[in-house]
Each structure stands twice: as structure tokens, then as C-alpha cells.
Design a protein around this ligand. Structure first.
Ligand code: ATP
Ligand code: MG
Length: 258
């Protein structure tokens, strides 16, 4: 695997939107690369933005729940071949699109504890990820997943911030929590989203005032009426015209990340 990039930040800042714009950029500029998108947000939205409806039974959580039932009924022996069964189920969850693959983790709350399969699942995800040049994670809002060290194998942390005090506080907290749980990333990027021109300098200064040598401000994506319209009309964001000005400037930022 070349790069694994987690899109994170406060709720609603545009994590999923930026991930899909980045995916569009990769599809257009890195045709010969293998791309996997993992929707790790229990409140999954990537499918919504790319026009895919994924049912619970086709998510990893859904498959694991069914498998857990089979193990409980002794249809599959718990330790002898469950590892293979989990890996096989995981491969079955992969949705193969023209230019990328997609997996949805699904909502694990209420599914019951499947601790016995969790380690195998983690390894299997690592094995699957090895087959790709780029793995993009859509992370849940908040910091909970950092506390659980979910981002252990991520090379690039991309923290999305919208022009609000709360989004900036979340950025600071993400850095604190990732230190607390000793998560280390090769790159810490900050990406401003939904920005108007007159807010950018203010935000740049706020970032400088953090005195954080490890973070790099990637730049700003504007608030774009066309992106809002695509969302409202349930249009596939991957079909946003290539000459959309916001997308064109986003592409320049994404190229910096490469
Ligand atoms: N650059 C942008 N211009 C206009 N609208 C945007 C932009 N980025 C995101 N939005 C809109 O903001 C809303 C939230 O975006 P999105 O769902 O990507 O955020 P999120 O951080 O993934 O949210 P959640 O925390 O719920 O997962 C959506 O309506 C989306 O269309
Ligand atoms: Mg989202």
C-alpha cells in the first residue's frame, strides 16, 4: 500500500464530501493505481454521495453478524476455520466499481460483541489494504475512534476544518487525543472547507498560533453552490464537472498532498 489517508474532523465539516472530491481527483489523475474506499463511519454517507445504496447485510458489520450466528449454531467451528470464513466474508463485502473498490463498515452498535472475530477482522482488513495503492477512510465525527486507536495504520491524517470555532477546537483536540493514545502519522494535514476568501487569513493565523510543527495547512476549498446542489438532488458527486472552479482548485491542493 502506498498511502492510507483518513478524513477526519468535526461533524458536518465536509469529511465525506472532501473524500469523494479526492477520490474523483485520484480516478482522473492516477488511472493505473488501485484505490479502496473504506466508509468507517457507522452513520455511513459515502454511498449517498456516489449514488450507491448499501444494505446492512452487505456491510462488514452485517456480514459479521450473520457469521457470528453461524459460529454460535456450530455451522462453522469457531476457531478451526472461522479465520478463513471472516476473510472470505470481507472479500465478499468489496463493491467493485469501475475505477475503485468500496467497503462499508456498517453500524456495529447493537450487533453484539464479536470480540472473537475482531482481531481476525483487523488483520484481514490489513491484508486487503495491501492490494491497493491508495486507501481512503471516511472517519466518524469526533474523537472516539482515535481513543480506540482505529487509525493505527493510517499514513496521512487529513483534518477537515470549516470556518467555525468548534471545528477549530476539534482540530486541537484531535491532536491532543492522538498524542494521548500515542498514534503517529507520517503526515498531518489541515484542510479548510466551505471557506469564503475573507476568512482564510484569519484561519491561517490561528493555525500558526498553534505552534504545531507537524501540521501542514494544505489550503482551502470554497463553499460551492454546485456541491450543495449535487447533495440536495442526490447527484453523484463524482460526476461534478471537471471544470467546476472549486474542484479545480481542490485538485491543486490534492496534488500537494501527493
Ligand atoms: N465545499 C463545500 N461547498 C458546499 N457545500 C459543502 C461543501 N462541503 C460540504 N458541503 C455540504 O456540507 C454538508 C456536510 O458535508 P459532509 O456530509 O461531507 O460532512 P461530514 O463531515 O462528512 O459530516 P458527518 O460528520 O455527518 O459525517 C453537506 O450538505 C455537503 O453537501
Ligand atoms: Mg460524513
Amino acid at each position: 500500500m502506498k498511502r492510507s489517508i483518513a478524513f477526519t474532523g468535526k461533524g458536518g465539516v465536509g469529511k465525506t464530501t472532501c473524500l469523494v472530491l479526492f477520490l474523483k481527483f485520484l480516478i482522473e489523475t492516477r488511472q493505473d493505481h488501485r484505490i479502496l474506499v473504506i466508509d468507517a463511519d457507522p452513520d455511513a454517507n459515502v454511498g449517498d454521495l456516489i449514488g450507491e445504496e448499501i444494505y446492512f447485510k452487505d456491510t462488514i458489520a452485517g456480514r459479521m453478524k450473520i457469521l457470528q450466528g453461524k459460529i454460535a449454531k456450530n455451522i462453522i467451528a469457531p476457531y478451526s476455520n472461522s479465520k478463513q470464513a471472516i476473510e472470505a466474508e470481507l472479500f465478499n463485502c468489496i463493491l467493485h466499481k469501475n475505477n475503485f473498490d468500496f467497503i462499508e463498515m456498517g453500524r456495529t452498535e447493537g450487533v453484539g460483541c464479536y470480540c472473537s472475530v475482531n482481531n481476525v477482522l483487523k488483520n484481514a482488513l490489513d491484508i486487503i489494504s495491501e492490494d491497493y495503492d491508495f486507501v481512503l477512510f471516511d472517519s466518524p465525527a469526533g474523537l472516539e475512534h482515535f481513543a480506540r486507536k482505529t487509525g493505527k495504520d493510517v499514513s496521512d491524517l487529513l483534518i477537515i476544518v470549516e470556518p467555525s470555532k468548534m471545528a477549530f477546537s476539534t482540530l486541537k483536540n484531535i491532536l491532543i487525543v492522538s498524542d494521548d493514545v500515542k498514534l503517529k502519522f507520517d503526515n498531518y494535514w489541515v484542510l479548510g472547507n466551505k471557506f469564503l476568501d475573507d476568512r482564510k487569513d484569519f484561519f491561517r493565523k490561528k493555525i500558526e498560533s498553534l505552534n504545531e510543527a507537524r501540521i501542514q495547512l494544505l489550503g482551502f476549498i470554497s463553499q460551492d453552490p454546485e456541491i450543495m446542489r449535487y447533495n440536495l438532488l442526490s447527484n453523484n458527486l463524482l460526476d461534478l464537472p471537471r471544470d467546476n472552479l472549486t474542484y479545480k482548485s481542490a485538485k491543486e491542493l490534492f496534488e500537494k498532498l501527493m
